[in-house]
Design a protein around this ligand. Structure first.
Ligand code: UD1
Length: 429
C-alpha cells in the first residue's frame, strides 16, 4: 500500500493540461461492446478504473489495445455475458456494462458492484430502467441473472432521481432496442452528452442529451468510430483548488470551461481571480481566501458532489465560516475527521458541515477515505505547514492520472512512498 508524502507550504504556479474524463471514458468503453466492429477512443486517462474497464471488456471476449492515450476496442469476437465477481467488486462503474451486455448479447449476469463507500449506492434505478425495456431479472446465489425473453423494446422510462449511471444504462440498453424510448428526468451531466455523442457517431439516433428528456429511436445495429473523450472537469477543479489554497497562480489547459459553470463563481467568491480563455482557465489566488457562504451539491448543472471534498479543504483555511450541504450521497463527508486531524475546525452532522476557517493547517498522517476525499487531503497537505502523509493512494489512483507528477510540475513538493512498511521509498520528480 503506498502513500503520498507532501511537504506543504509551496505556492503552486505554472500550466497543466488536464486529463480525459474518468466518468466519460468508463461508460464509453463499456458502450464499445455494443458495436460489432472496431472503435478507437482517444484522450483516455491512465487510471486504475480505466484498466479495470479494459479487463472487463477482455473478459467478455473483446480485443483491446492501448497506444498512449488511445484505446482500440474490437468487439467483433465478444460472446461473454457475465462479468466476473472480482471485477464487479473493483469499481462501481462495472454496473454500466449491464445495458451494453444486454444490448449486444440479449442476456447478462452481474453481481453487486463495488466502488467508493460514500453511501448506500443501490442499483434499483438501473434495474428499473432495463426492466422497463423488457428484461426479466432473477436473483440467484448473489448474482442477478438478466434475460430478455421477447427482445429489448422501446418504452418510456421515468426516473425518480436523475441518476448518472442509471441514465447511461438505460441509453446503452435502448439504442439498439426495437422502437422508440423516452427517458424522463434523466441525468444532464456533460459525460452523458459525451456518451450520446459517441453513440450517435456509431449510428445511434439520440436527441435531447444534456436536457431532462432524452429521446432514442432504436436502430438495428451500430458501427465503429473514432471518438475523443471530453476533459475531466473534476480533475480540473482539483488542480484549481490546489492553486487557490497555496496562494498560487495556475493555468489549466484542455478544459471545457462551461462544464465548470457552477464551480468558477465559488472560486471567485473565495477571492480568486479567475480568467477563462478558450479552453484554458487561469486562477490567481489572493493572500487569504474568503469564506464561501453555501456549497450545496446537486445534480448537474448544480455544484457537483465530486468537487465537495476539495472545496471543504478550501473553506477550512478561508477567513470566516462556510456551510456545506451534501445532497447526493449519504456518507460523503468522511474526509472531515481527517482534515480535523490537520487542524481544521469543522463540525459535521449527517449531510451538513459547518467549516470555520483557520489560519493554517498542520501536516499529519491521514487516511484517504475515498477518491475525492483522498484528493482533498492531498490538497490540504499542499497548503499545510510541515509534512503530511496521505495513505491509501489506491483510491486517488482511480481518478487522477499521474497526480503527484502533475502537482510537482506546478511546483509542489510531493512524492509517492511506494511501500508504507518502510522497505522502499521512491521520490518522483
Ligand atoms: C456518478 C459518477 C460519480 C458522481 C455521481 C453523482 C461515474 C463513474 N461516477 O456516479 O463520480 O459522484 O455520478 O454525480 O460517472 N441512486 C439510487 N439508485 C440507483 C442509482 C443511484 O438510489 O439505482 C442514488 C445514489 O445512491 C446516489 C444518487 O442516486 O445517492 C446519485 O447516484 P448516481 O447519479 O447514480 O451516481 P453514479 O452513477 O454512481
Amino acid at each position: 500500500m503506498s502513500a503520498f508524502v507532501i511537504n506543504g507550504g509551496r505556492r503552486l504556479n505554472g500550466n497543466l493540461r488536464v486529463q480525459g474524463s474518468k466518468n466519460s471514458v468508463l461508460p464509453i468503453l463499456a458502450a464499445t461492446l455494443l458495436i460489432n466492429g472496431k472503435c478507437v477512443i482517444h484522450n483516455c486517462p491512465a487510471l486504475s478504473d480505466t484498466e479495470c474497464t479494459v479487463k472487463i471488456l477482455k473478459s467478455l471476449g473483446c480485443k483491446v489495445q492501448r497506444d498512449g492515450t488511445s484505446i482500440c476496442v474490437d468487439s467483433t469476437s465478444a460472446t461473454g455475458f457475465e462479468i466476473p465477481g472480482s471485477l464487479m467488486r473493483e469499481m462501481r462503474s462495472s454496473v454500466v456494462f449491464l445495458g451494453a451486455i444486454l444490448g449486444r448479447m440479449g442476456k447478462a449476469t452481474i453481481s453487486a458492484p463495488g466502488g467508493c463507500e460514500i453511501g448506500l449506492r443501490p442499483i434499483d434505478l438501473h434495474l428499473y430502467a432495463v426492466k422497463r425495456l423488457g428484461v426479466d431479472i432473477e436473483e440467484s446465489y448473489g448474482k442477478l441473472v438478466c434475460t430478455v425473453p421477447n427482445g429489448l423494446k422501446g418504452t418510456k422510462i421515468t426516473f425518480s432521481f436523475p441518476s448518472v449511471g442509471a441514465t447511461e444504462n438505460a441509453l446503452l440498453a435502448c439504442v439498439t432496442a426495437k422502437g422508440n424510448t423516452t427517458i424522463v428526468n434523466c441525468a444532464r451531466e456533460p459525460e452523458i452528452i459525451d456518451l450520446c455523442d459517441f453513440l450517435n457517431s456509431c449510428g445511434a439516433k439520440i436527441t435531447g442529451a444534456g436536457e431532462s428528456i432524452i429521446s432514442v429511436e432504436g436502430v438495428k445495429e451500430l458501427h465503429g468510430c473514432e471518438h475523443s473523450v471530453i476533459c475531466d472537469r473534476i480533475a480540473a477543479t482539483t488542480y484549481l483548488v490546489a492553486g487557490a489554497v497555496t496562494g498560487g497562480d495556475v493555468e489549466i489547459h484542455n478544459t471545457v470551461p462551461i462544464h465548470l459553470n457552477s464551480i468558477l463563481p465559488l472560486l471567485e467568491e473565495s477571492g480568486c481571480d479567475v480568467r477563462v480563455r478558450c479552453k484554458s482557465i487561469r486562477l490567481k489566488a489572493p493572500g487569504r481566501l474568503k469564506r464561501i457562504d453555501k456549497i450545496i451539491t446537486q445534480p448537474y448543472p448544480g455544484f457537483p458532489t465530486d468537487a465537495q471534498a476539495p472545496f471543504t479543504t478550501l473553506t477550512s483555511i478561508a477567513s470566516g465560516t462556510s456551510v456545506i450541504v451534501e445532497n447526493i450521497f449519504e456518507s460523503r463527508l468522511k474526509h472531515v475527521p481527517e482534515l480535523v486531524r490537520m487542524g481544521a475546525k469543522i463540525r459535521a452532522e449527517g449531510r451538513v458541515a459547518v467549516v470555520e476557517g483557520v489560519e493554517r493547517l498542520y501536516g499529519a498522517e491521514v487516511i484517504s477515505p475515498d477518491l475525492r476525499g483522498g484528493a482533498a487531503l492531498v490538497v490540504a497537505g499542499l497548503c499545510a505547514s510541515g509534512t503530511t502523509v496521505v495513505k491509501n493512494t489506491n483510491f486517488i489512483d482511480r481518478g487522477y492520472e499521474d497526480f503527484e507528477n502533475n502537482l510537482c510540475m506546478l511546483n509542489a513538493d510531493i512524492y509517492r512512498k511506494v511501500k508504507t512498511d518502510g522497505t522502499k521509498e521512491k521520490k518522483k520528480l
